[in-house]
Ligand binder design. Structure first.
Ligand SMILES: [Zn+2]
Length: 92
């Protein structure tokens, strides 16, 4: 393998890393937007009916439990459900 081949391989690897960095940058930007939206909705919800707003956020597929707050949820979460159950009883 020549020095030129080495350099070419190194350049390909560098480009791959740069592409990965761009993808990560986009992902972070998306998550920041999503987080800002959720926070805004939670704040606005608190002014009207916080419990209803939090329930809606959970129903839309996000965690509302402190450990995973704002993260997407693929299945039911016992911590979230426990929070909703507890909060619901307290408010009624
Ligand atoms: Zn949860």
């Amino acid at each position: 393998m020549t020095l030129k081949d080495d350099l070419e391989q190194w350049r390909k690897k560098l480009n791959a890393v740069l592409d990965e960095g761009d993808a990560l940058h986009e992902r972070v930007a998306d998550l920041e937007k999503e987080n800002a939206l959720l926070q805004e909705r939670l704040m606005n919800g608190d002014k009207t009916d916080g419990f209803e707003a939090v329930t809606k956020i959970y129903d839309e597929g996000y965690h509302i439990c402190p450990a995973n707050f704002g993260r997407t949820r693929d299945e039911e979460c016992l911590f979230c459900l426990n929070f909703l159950l507890h909060k619901g009883k307290k408010d009624v």
